[in-house]
Structure formats: C-alpha cells, structure tokens
Design a protein around this ligand. Sequence first.
Ligand SMILES: [Zn+2]
Length: 404
Amino acid sequence: MNQRITIEKPYITSNLKHARLNCNIRYPKEDGTQGEFLLHYEVPAKYKKYLVTERADTFLVAVLPQAMLHGWDIESVAPISERLYFQLTTMQMPAIDNYMEQWQAVEIFAPLSHTRLSSKEKRGLAFSAGVDAFYSMKITTETQAKNYHPEYLVFLKVGGTGSVGGEKEEKMYQIRVKRIRKFAKEYNYKLLEITSNLTEFLEEKNVHSHTYRSTSAILAVQKLFGVFYYSSGMELTEFSISHRFCGAYDLLTLQSLSTENTQFYSTGLAASRIQKVYGIAEYEPSYKYLDSCLNRRQSNCTCEKCIRTRLELYSMGILEKYSQVYDMEVFKNTFKDQTDYMVDKTTRGGKKSTYRAIYKSFKQKGLSFDEYQPLEVREKLEAENADKVLDEELFPWIAAKKSK
Ligand SMILES: [Zn+2]
C-alpha cells in the first residue's frame, strides 16, 4: 500500500485587510513520522466571499506534484469536484504514469461533488507583464467574442517570483507587483493578487510544477472565475509530457484541472516566440510595461531573459519601441557582450536553443554581431536581404556535424 498525504478540512481566517484560505496538510516524512504543513492562499479582504471551503480542489492540485513525485496516495476530508477527479484519474495521471519517468499516478480518496458553486463567472488572466502574458492579453482582448475578454488580471505569488520561498520570494514579488498595479490602473483592469506559502512546501521547482501551482491558486477563488487564461510558454509543436518543463503539457494539464466552475485555457500556444514578440510590438500597452526580467527589474539588466528579449526586439527592428523599458545607451555599449552570449548559447544549444531564432534572424538580415546598428541601417539591411534564403550552412556547428 502506498503512503498517504492527507488534506484536512479547508477553513478561512481573516482580518480587516486580508482573508486566507487555510488547510492543514499531513504528509509522510523520511524518518517514518508524519509531517504537518499549514498551507494557505491569501487575497485582499473584499475577495473573502469568493474563497472556496466547500471543495478541497485547491489543495489537491497543490499537493499533486509532491504526491506524484513520491508515490503518495491523496486523501481529502472535504469533497473535490467530480469533473476534476474524472479528468485527473482518466487523463492526466495515466498520461504522466505512461510518459514521465519521474512521477507516477496515485490514488485519490475523497467524496466527490458535481454541483456548481454559485459564481460571478468572471474572466481572468494570469498576468506577469512578460512577452507570453502580453501576447495572451492581445489575443483575448482583440477577439470579436466580447464575452471572452478578460476582466481581471491576476498576479500570483506561488513560485514564479522566486522558487525558494520566504523573504527572497516576498521581496521579488513586491518589486514586480508594483509595475503590474500601475499597468492595471492605467488600462482599467481589476487586479487580484493571490499570495501563498506553497513554495515552502513543494519540493519540485517552479519549472517542473508552475501550472499546478498557479491553477491551485485560481481554484481557491472558483466562485469568482468561470473562465481563466494561462499563458503558454511553449509552442504546440513542443508538446510533451515532460518533467523538465511542465509547460510543455499545459494543454492537457489545464483541461484536466478545470472544474464544474472554472474552465482553464492555455493561450498563445499557436504562436512561436518570434510571432509573439511581433504580436506584442503591435500592442501599445506593452511598450511601457513589458517586464521580461528574472532578477530585480532593471532597465540595463543582464539576466538571461533580458538579453534574449532585447536581442529579439533588436533583430526584428522594434527594440526602439521599448525605450521606456530598456536603457538604449547601455544596450549599445554592451552590444558585443550580449551577441557573444547569444552566439555561444546558440552554438551550444544547437537546434533546441531558444537563441537559434535570433541568431537566424541576425544572419538572414545580415546584421552585425560586433556593433550596434541604428534602426535605419537595420531596416535597410532587412529590405536588401528579404529574399535571402537561409540554409543550414550558415550554422557552422551543423556543417561541422555533417562533415563528421
Ligand atoms: Zn533581467
């Protein structure tokens, strides 16, 4: 018989400012004793009425990565949504069991409920101000289907702002949320901030578990959201039940974690990274608020994501639109260091490198790797080289492999 993780009954605590959905989790420890963790999700007090104690869905989804990693069965005192149970046990977990070495399917013991909770049926979108999030905003707000336009932006503290938890995660969260608040205010969106101590419980890093983390938080307010958009960080052609990138199977996960109350959608999965960057460049709100950063938000940041995003924008001739986000002088002065980094990453990563598309774009347009070229020069080069066919011989490491 498998060991078991137990989800006790969820309950709410609150003060004038905040309301918390709490649940005590009991789990097997390595030394054979039982550990306890009081897991919580916190929202501003005015959202208290949307917190769900009638179901344990939030906590079931929250502990899934840990349970599937260790092979712990899950027991819940409170009911879980029947749709969630059905999808998890007939689709999500069998797929993981079959195709992922690191995790396994486990049993769920819980009462089931198929009734809908009374809900405001609002539409929400997880918003971090990154390229993926802005692209999702663009496609969900430009559709003629007005009943699908997002009404709420949601910013989460569930691991995406630092995967070690505690003070470091809180600090990063506070830095990033400021920009999101400004954006929401300027563009008239309601902003819901949900924070959790989940990072202190889960062993699996954010990259292996972010979809579970984020959906668990949204299920805490199922009485608010009928539809919820979660941006895809990968393309549909990259779909795979992968432990390394949980985003690679978001399409399945978001379907499986939807309930009678809340339907999750994976947005932006039909566009490549380059298409997304082009897409947001036509979406003005991104000019001032794009935030691609992994570190402290700095206009001259040299983190991996900032370098990649700036060079993408540069090679497409649209970096200048983002001069409020990135310090152009610093970019010019450190240009060679950044392209060296990109070339090195492309060469090492080969076909799988996320830098390959940028490298290709430089080569195709005939852009210099050594020095910054002003927009007029880049545009001229682009026009001159528009018909140039880029063959694989331009990738020296591929040619080298072929000759072996
Ligand atoms: Zn950065």
